[in-house]
Design a protein around this ligand. Structure first.
Ligand SMILES: *[C@@H]1O[C@H](CO)[C@@H](O)[C@H](O)[C@H]1NC(C)=O
Ligand SMILES: *[C@@H]1O[C@H](CO)[C@@H](O)[C@H](O)[C@H]1NC(C)=O
Ligand SMILES: *[C@@H]1O[C@H](CO)[C@@H](O)[C@H](O)[C@H]1NC(C)=O
Ligand SMILES: *[C@@H]1O[C@H](CO)[C@@H](O)[C@H](O)[C@H]1NC(C)=O
Length: 438
C-alpha cells in the first residue's frame, strides 16, 4: 500500500500547465481522484458478500404518522429542502451488511465521530419517508435494477443492497472477478435482480493507465459491456461524471473531435463531450427499447416491458486543499443551505445532465414505454462535506499518531451515510411512478 508516497501531480510540466490554466484548475482534482480510482489500496480483496453470518436488523414498522403522510402526488421537488438532525440512525451498520467496499466502511475503519449518521434530508414540498425495504421488494418484484457507471454508481448500489438486505437476503450470483466491477445479485424472496456494471464513461472508451496517461473516448457508441444487456433491464440507474475530468482524447466516428488536457489536439474541455456521451447513451436506449411493448397492461407494478432510466446527478467532492494532507475533508457536520452555493464545475456538470435528461424525456414521450428521470442529488450532496471517508478510507489511519501526509477520500461516501438518502429518494420516485400508473 505504498502508493501514498506517489505524488499525483508530479507528471505535469509547469509550462504546459500554464498554457491550459483554466483547465489545470479543474484537472488537479481529477488527478487526485484518479489516484483513488487506480491504486490498489482502494480495492478490497475482502469485498465479498457474507450472507451467512449476517445479522438482520428488522426495519421498524411505519409509524401512524408516516402512513398518513405518504404522499400520493406524482412528483416532488426533492432538491428543495434541508438536512435536519434526527435521532433515528441508519438501518444498517458496518458489520450487518456484507457488501460494503472496505474503503467506504468508515465505522469499521475507525472513524470516531458518529454525528454524520444522524441527519435526515427533508424536502419542503413533500414528506420523504424513511427507506422501507419491504416497499422496495414489493415494487421491484420480478424486476432487474441495474447500476451503471463509475465508483459512485457502485457506492450507491452498495448502499441500496445494505438497505434492502435488512429485510431479505441477497445472493451474489455473478461476479467477473476483476475488482468486483461487474456483479449481480438476486433476492430470491421476490425474484429481484440487482446488478452493477463498471462503465465510467457510459460510451465506449479506453481507460487511462499509468503508461498511457489519458482516456480515449468514442462518443458515438455506447459501451456494450452494459448496453448489450439492455433488453433485460427494467430500471437503469446511471451515475458518471468524475472520469470526464481526466485528460482524454475524443473520437466521434473515425475522426478526432479534440481532447482535454493533452498536447496533440485542440482543447475542447469536457462539458460538451459529456453532453454528447449522455446523448448517445439515451439515444441508444430509445432506439433499442422503443420497439418493446408499450405500458401499461402487464402484470408488473409499474408497467409493461418498458425501461426506466434514472440519471443520478453529479456528486460533488469536498477536498479542502491537497488530497493527501491531514484534514483534507475535516468537516463533521453538514453545511447550512446558506453556507454553500452550488457553482463551478458541480453546477455545470449537473446542468449538462439535466439538459440531456430533458431532451431524452421529450424524445421518448411518444413511445409510452420508457421514462427518463434525473435523481438530482447534487445540491443535497454538496451540503454533506461530513459524509466522506476522508482518511478512514484506510483502516485506523492514526494508529501510530497523526502524520502530516495521509491519503483522503473526499469523493465517495461512507456506508452507512449520506448516500443512503439517494436511495431513499429513488424509492420514493419509484413509488410515485406506480401511483401515476395506477
Ligand atoms: C451493528 O449492529 C449489530 C446488530 O444490531 C450489533 O450487534 C453490532 O454491535 C453493531 N456494530 C457496530 C459496529 O455498531
Ligand atoms: C423473474 O424476473 C425476471 C426478470 O428479472 C423475469 O424474466 C422472470 O419471468 C421472473 N420469474 C418469475 C418466476 O416470475
Ligand atoms: C501525442 O503525440 C505523441 C508523439 O506522437 C504521442 O506519444 C502521444 O501519445 C500523443 N498523445 C495523445 C494524447 O494523443
Ligand atoms: C441527440 O442529439 C441529436 C443530434 O443533436 C438529436 O437529434 C437527438 O434528438 C438527441 N437525442 C436525445 C435522446 O437527446
Amino acid at each position: 500500500m505504498g502508493s501514498s508516497n506517489i505524488n499525483p501531480f508530479k507528471d505535469q510540466p509547469s509550462s504546459f500547465a500554464k498554457k491550459f490554466l483554466p483547465y489545470t484548475l479543474l484537472a488537479l482534482l481529477p488527478v487526485a481522484l484518479l489516484h483513488l480510482y487506480l491504486y490498489p489500496f482502494f480495492l478490497s480483496p475482502t469485498d465479498q458478500l457474507s450472507s451467512n453470518n449476517r445479522v438482520i436488523i428488522p426495519s421498524p414498522p411505519l409509524s401512524q404518522e408516516e402512513r398518513k403522510k405518504i404522499d400520493v402526488r406524482t412528483s416532488c421537488d426533492y432538491r428543495n429542502g434541508k438536512w435536519v438532525p434526527t435521532k433515528l440512525g441508519p438501518l444498517y451498520n458496518g458489520t450487518t451488511c456484507g457488501t460494503i467496499k472496505q474503503g467506504q466502511n468508515c465505522m469499521i475503519f475507525g472513524r470516531p465521530d458518529k454525528d454524520y449518521l444522524y441527519w435526515k434530508w427533508t424536502p419542503k414540498e413533500c414528506k420523504l419517508p424513511r427507506f422501507d425495504p419491504r416497499t422496495f421488494l414489493k415494487l421491484l418484484k420480478n424486476k432487474h435494477i441495474a447500476f451503471v457507471g463509475d465508483s459512485l454508481a457502485r457506492n450507491q448500489l452498495e448502499s441500496l443492497l445494505c438497505l434492502v438486505a435488512t429485510a431479505s437476503n441477497p445472493n451474489l450470483i455473478y461476479t467477473d472477478g476483476e475488482d468486483n466491477k461487474f456483479r449481480k445479485w438476486n433476492f430470491p424472496s421476490h425474484n429481484i435482480t440487482v446488478s452493477i456494471y463498471w462503465s465510467p464513461f457510459l460510451v465506449r472508451g479506453i481507460e487511462k493507465t499509468l503508461e498511457k496517461n489519458f482516456n480515449t473516448l468514442y462518443l458515438d457508441s455506447v459501451d456494450e459491456r452494459w448496453a448489450s444487456d439492455m433488453d433485460h433491464i427494467d430500471i437503469l440507474v446511471l451515475s458518471v461524471g468524475h472520469w470526464y475530468l481526466h485528460p482524454a482524447v475524443y473520437y466521434y466516428g473515425d475522426s478526432v473531435l479534440g481532447c482535454h488536457y493533452c498536447q496533440n489536439y485542440t482543447e475542447i474541455g469536457f462539458y460538451d463531450v459529456f453532453g454528447k456521451a449522455l446523448n448517445t447513451t439515451f439515444q441508444t436506449v430509445i432506439e433499442r427499447r422503443s420497439g418493446s411493448d408499450p405500458w401499461p397492461g402487464s402484470e408488473s407494478e409499474f408497467g409493461g416491458s418498458g425501461i426506466s432510466v434514472v440519471l443520478t446527478t453529479f456528486s460533488p467532492a469536498h477536498f479542502e486543499g491537497e488530497w493527501d494532507k491531514f484534514g483534507a475533508c475535516p468537516k463533521i457536520k453538514p453545511y447550512d443551505e446558506s453556507e454553500k452555493k452550488l457553482d463551478g464545475m458541480d453546477f455545470d456538470m449537473r446542468k449538462v445532465e439535466l439538459e440531456q435528461v430533458k431532451f431524452a424525456k421529450l424524445k421518448a414521450e411518444k413511445f409510452g414505454n420508457m421514462r427518463f428521470e434525473a435523481l438530482d442529488v447534487t445540491k443535497l450532496a454538496l451540503l454533506r462535506p461530513d459524509g466522506h471517508p476522508g482518511p478512514y478510507m484506510n483502516p485506523f489511519p492514526f494508529a501510530n499518531g497523526i502524520a502530516d501526509r495521509v491519503p483522503n477520500d473526499c469523493v465517495h461516501w461512507c456506508l452507512p451515510g449520506a448516500i443512503d438518502t439517494w436511495n431513499e429518494i429513488l424509492l420514493d420516485v419509484m413509488k410515485r411512478w406506480k401511483n401515476k400508473g395506477s
